[in-house]
Design a protein around this ligand. Structure first.
Ligand SMILES: *[C@@H]1O[C@H](CO)[C@@H](O)[C@H](O)[C@H]1NC(C)=O
Ligand SMILES: *[C@@H]1O[C@H](CO)[C@@H](O)[C@H](O)[C@H]1NC(C)=O
Ligand SMILES: *[C@@H]1O[C@H](CO)[C@@H](O)[C@H](O)[C@H]1NC(C)=O
Ligand SMILES: *[C@@H]1O[C@H](CO)[C@@H](O)[C@H](O)[C@H]1NC(C)=O
Length: 447
């Protein structure tokens, strides 16, 4: 036991020779009024000394070497020494100044008076169990600077994390009162807390319904507009929700038929020919409505078709042979061609079926050494005659033949014939080399 006390003293001298902080005042009337401290050197303690006794007591306080405790005149009383973490007296309790330690917070770093820490440690290695040692032998085990952590007070609740409906609030506390240090334990428990918060119902933003169908074109012809719509009802905005974005309507250009239309056809023009196949035309007009698109009437404004309301008349004849009639008319009884039946081989007369221009040609052959005179004559219906042409022939050794031809204008019903002015009885037609012939045709019909 004696050894332990020696050990303790040694330990104390070596490990706790921390510098002290002492009150330091001169000439104060009461020690309690001193509030100035000073840092002492190693091996010094705090002292209190009476410097004067009358008329009023005066005191002095400060640092003094441990060895001068109780010496000097007046005696310097060592009243205690105070370590930075603890107030620990080193001299007799009688002389200690209680106020000295009140100056700062007393430390818990005092070994239990009921145990002998050195003995405990030598027997049970008590210092290795820090959590026990810190409460029983903190000083002996060198645990005075150990600090167990403790919670600071809770921070304020955060704002609700939502703007509508149900959300959460949180608050935080930190392990800083004090912060654990030098092997002290951390705080136990949660550093955060949550709670539910409720705000008003969330807004409902609007949504579009589907598009309606396109409306009919606004124009009945040419260009117009067609539109379609939608409504902000899917859903309808409520509780200050946003209206649907963009337009509730769409437009597009639509085209109807052309505004111009054909009017009725005009009547057909007359046929381009009076006989045979010709052409005829008709026209129509387009209603002249102005058009944005420039669409006029579609199709042609005229029509053409063939026309044929009568076959063309053919008038042509060719006859030969001879027969003389009284009145000096020669007939040509052998008919080779008689289109239009205008030539009568019995009477020798050609009768014009149409008014127009005609061509006629005649040839007459006579006996040898006979004079031949003939004319082509015409007459109107009352037979008043006109000479159209004449011919003469004479041959000493052979049969004289003379031709004659003419173009003349006739009216319907006019007659044309060959007139033998002399030698009517001496005509000659062999049927082979010598021919008496009469031929003619219609050149053109006049209106
Ligand atoms: C210290 O004490 C003096 C005298 O009593 C006093 O005037 C002063 O306010 C005190 N200062 C502090 C910091 O307490
Ligand atoms: C077409 O219009 C013109 C001018 O107005 C008119 O002279 C003509 O007769 C019209 N034709 C028809 C077929 O309507
Ligand atoms: C033939 O057609 C023309 C014109 O189209 C007309 O003038 C004439 O009368 C018609 N003739 C007959 C016989 O139909
Ligand atoms: C032809 O002429 C004769 C004599 O003039 C007449 O009898 C006859 O009817 C005429 N023929 C025709 C088809 O006209």
């Amino acid at each position: 036991m004696k050894f332990l006390i020696i050990l303790w003293t040694f330990y104390n001298a070596v490990s706790y020779a921390d510098s002290l902080e002492c009150l330091q005042c001169d000439n104060i009337e009461h020690p309690n009024t001193c509030n100035v401290t000073t840092e002492c050197h190693s091996g010094q303690s705090c002292f209190l000394k009476t410097t004067q006794t009358s008329p009023t007591a005066q005191f002095e306080m400060g640092c003094e070497d441990n060895q001068l405790c109780g010496t000097g005149s007046p005696a310097v009383s060592i009243v205690g020494k105070r370590q930075t973490l603890a107030c620990h007296e080193c001299c007799s309790t009688n002389n200690c100044n209680n106020k000295l330690c009140e100056h700062s917070k007393p430390s818990a770093c005092v070994d239990s008076v009921t145990v002998d820490c050195a003995l405990l440690h030598s027997l049970f290695n008590v210092c290795s169990d820090v959590q026990h040692a810190k409460s029983v032998c903190p000083r002996f085990c060198g645990l005075c600077s150990l600090v167990d952590g403790d919670w600071a007070t809770w921070g304020a609740w955060s704002g609700c994390d939502v703007t509508c409906e149900s959300g959460t609030q949180v608050r935080i506390r930190t392990c800083t009162n004090p912060e654990p240090a030098n092997g002290g334990v951390n705080c136990v428990g949660d550093s955060t807390q949550h709670k539910q918060c409720t705000k008003q119902l969330c807004p409902v933003h609007g949504g579009w319904s589907g598009w309606s169908g396109w409306s009919p074109c606004s124009a009945t012809c040419d260009v117009g507009m067609s539109q379609r719509g939608r409504s902000c009802t899917n859903p309808k905005p409520s509780r200050a929700g946003d209206y649907c974005p963009d337009m509730p309507q769409q437009f597009k250009i639509c085209t109807a038929g052309p505004c111009s239309t054909w009017m009725d056809w005009g009547s057909w023009t007359s046929c381009s020919v009076t006989c045979g196949v010709g052409l005829q035309r008709r026209y129509r007009n387009c209603t002249s409505t102005s058009s944005i698109l420039g669409i006029g009437c579609v199709g042609s404004n005229d029509q053409t078709e063939t026309c044929s309301n009568s076959t063309c008349v053919q008038v042509a004849f060719n006859a030969h042979g001879h027969q003389a009639l009284s009145g000096s008319v020669i007939t040509f009884p052998t008919v080779i061609l008689n289109e239009g039946n205008a030539f009568n081989e019995t009477s020798g007369l050609f009768t014009a079926p149409f008014s127009g221009n005609y061509f006629f040609s005649a040839q007459v052959c006579g006996q040898t050494r006979q004079n031949i005179f003939f004319n082509i004559k015409k007459s109107n219906t009352d037979m008043s005659t006109t000479y159209l042409t004449s011919a003469y022939g004479y041959d000493q050794g052979s049969y004289p033949c003379s031709p004659s031809s003419v173009v003349t204008k006739l009216h319907v019903g006019d007659h044309v014939w060959v007139y033998m002015s002399s030698g009517l009885g001496s005509l000659y037609d062999s049927g082979t080399n010598y021919w008496c012939s009469f031929t003619g045709s219609l050149l053109s019909v006049s209106g």
